[in-house]
Every structure is written in C-alpha cells, then in structure tokens.
Design a protein around this ligand. Structure first.
Ligand code: TXA
Ligand code: MG
Length: 321
C-alpha cells in the first residue's frame, strides 16, 4: 500500500493498530520514553517498512518490545543473572538489555548482529496492544533518522504523518528520553546508550559499570552517531550568558536548565531544577525552539548526574555538526 497521498490518522483504537500490525503494516505507538514506530519484529517485511519510513540506515538495529519477562525465552538464548535482576527491577520501564538472539529474530531486525535489544515499555496502551498480539514489536523512535525523537502523537504526525497509516495516541511521554541500553558481560554492566535509567540507579546492583564513550567512526551502539538528535537550527551548548554576547547580532533562542534569561524565545527545562521534568520537556522544547523565528539555539549542560548525564549526552550530540 502507498500512504503518500493519505492523511495519516491519530487515534486511540488499539484494535485498529492491532489489525494493521497483523497485516505487516507499521504503526506509531506510545511508550513512556518516546513514541516508537512499530512493526512485527519477526517479519522482515514489516521491519523493512520501518527502516523505509524512517529513512534509517540498515546498519542500525531495532529494539524489540515485549509485554512480559516470561516471553523473552522464545527470543533469546540465555540471560545472565545480573541482567535478569535488572529486568525484574526496572521492567516495565526505560531499560533495554542486549542478549544473544535466537534465529526466529530476523537478521534485519538486529542489523546482522548476534544480540537483540529487548525491553518492556511502561505504557498501559502499548502493553495492552502487545498482549493482544502473538509477536513482539520492533520499534525505533518514530522520527526521521537523525532528527529529534517524538514525545507526542502530534510530533509523529508532523514528520512521518504521510508515510504511516496510523498513530496510536497515548498522550505525552512521561520520561521523555529514550531507554538506557546495556549488556552484562563478566558481571559488568556495559552501558551503550545513556537514557531513562540513571547510572546511579544501576550502581545499586553492581559497582562494575562501564559507559561506552561514543565516537562517530565506530559507535558503540550502531545508532549512536554523533549528530543523532540534531534540530535543524545550529545549537551551541555552553555558558548561555557568554554565548548570548557572542551571538548578539543574531536572533537567538535559549534552552536553559532552570534559569530565566528574560528573552522572548526561550524554554526553561525545569524551573524547580528537576532532572525528571527536564528530561520530559527536552525534545518537545528543542522542537519548539527549532520552529521559532531564531537563527541559533543556545543551551547549557545540566549537572552531570542522574538523568542530567543522559540529557547532556543528547545535547552534545545535538550540537555536533
Ligand atoms: O526508549 C526507547 O528505547 C525507544 C522506544 C520506542 O522504545 N526506542 C528507541 O529506539 O530509542 P532507537 O532505534 O531509536 O534506538 C535504539 C538504540 C540504537 O542506538 C541502536 O543502535 C541500539 O539501541 N541497539 C538496538 N539493538 C542493538 C543491538 N542488538 N546491539 C547494539 N545496539 C543496539
Ligand atoms: Mg532513535
């Protein structure tokens, strides 16, 4: 089917989403982190449609979403004890674990890698949808490759509306940044993407945690290319007051953590300095600033702790040109 000429629909009908998915179509789904672009993870046909709609390179593997821990033995070979503990503690929630895949997961889903990323999302609508299906859902963030991830159904419609038949509306995403991606090896946690589960909360399970520093040439998680969360406008991250001086001749937009810079085009992530609130506002505010009549966006790093670390990572990537 070709949806190019059709208006995609935003709605709350789980049954409609289910029927499309059964026909190997793709549907945008809500999760607590960001909206995903979902398809049958066991079907190469559905998975190729995901890559196509997102314009995503085939070397970037997809996360597989399930509704219960008991199900995952169908898809993975073995689960290290520490991984199991993390799953039990953080699921449903913003944690993706990498595990050796069974052959029922197509190579296309994992971009030819032996491991599959799996998570249980914490969103009632999507959990109900998953329970009604006999297959898991592969779902990357529902944004065109390289742009900011969507945290509302409207964000998805704005960018992929003409390419997908249905957007299941589950309101605004409560966490607002993507899941933390990790694997356990030799009793050590290796974090490949910082996200909604903080390093501090992982430290309660083991002191042995390694955070993969990203590089453009050989990213730890294939999707972790430097300019991954980029808005279209140039974004500079540093001391906002100094940056305002340097860019005095241009129209500026400001994205601050908690300070009010008293200019018209600004967004404050959390006036009370809450990391969780800042995370839930980050992508929506970046989009809003991107759409304002400004030449550049000036932002600042948050304290490098808890979710601040993941937010800083996204700001760094957004600002790399
Ligand atoms: O919160 C999330 O994780 C959201 C929601 C929709 O669940 N999904 C998401 O998917 O952010 P995506 O595709 O935008 O990012 C997935 C990241 C990519 O960086 C990808 O490279 C990495 O996870 N990843 C997935 N499977 C992997 C694998 N088998 N090995 C290494 N990295 C993997
Ligand atoms: Mg993404």
């Amino acid at each position: 089917m070709n949806y190019l000429l059709l208006q995609s629909m935003i709605g709350t009908e789980i049954e409609k989403a289910r029927e499309l998915l059964l026909q190997n179509e793709v549907v945008a789904i809500p999760t607590e982190t960001v909206y995903g672009l979902a398809g049958n993870a066991l079907s190469s046909v559905a998975v190729s449609k995901i890559f196509e709609a997102k314009n995503r390179p085939h070397f970037d593997p997809l996360i597989v979403h399930v509704s219960s821990i008991s199900e995952i033995s169908k898809y993975v070979e073995e689960i290290p004890e520490l991984t199991f503990k993390l799953m039990e503690h953080f699921w449903p929630g913003p944690l993706t674990v990498l595990l050796p895949k069974k052959s029922c997961i197509p190579d296309l889903t994992t971009s030819g890698l032996n491991e599959v990323g799996i998570r249980i999302p914490n969103h009632a609508t999507t959990l109900e949808l998953l329970k009604s299906l006999h297959f898991p859902l592969a779902a990357p963030s529902a944004n065109p490759f390289g742009y900011i991830s969507p945290t509302s159904a409207q964000h998805v419609e704005d960018q992929l509306g003409e390419k997908i038949p249905y957007i299941l509306n589950g309101g605004n995403c409560s966490v607002g940044i993507e899941s933390t991606v990790l694997r356990v090896q030799h009793n050590e946690i290796e974090v490949l993407r910082l996200g909604g589960i903080s390093i501090e909360s992982l430290q309660r399970f083991t002191p042995n945690i390694r955070i993969h520093e990203h590089s453009t040439s050989s990213p730890a998680a294939p999707g972790m290319l430097t300019s991954h969360y980029a808005p279209r406008k140039p974004i500079y991250v540093g001391n906002i007051r100094e940056l305002m001086h340097s860019f005095a001749s241009q129209k500026i937009g400001v994205l601050s953590f908690k300070e009010d810079f008293q200019i018209e085009s600004q967004r404050i992530l959390s006036k009370t300095g809450s990391f969780a609130e800042a995370a839930s506002n980050l992508f929506a505010y970046l989009r809003e600033l991107d759409q304002m009549n400004v030449d550049v966006i000036l932002a600042e790093f948050l304290p490098n702790e808890n979710l601040g670390r993941a937010i800083n990572d996204k700001l760094k990537r957004a600002s790399s040109k």
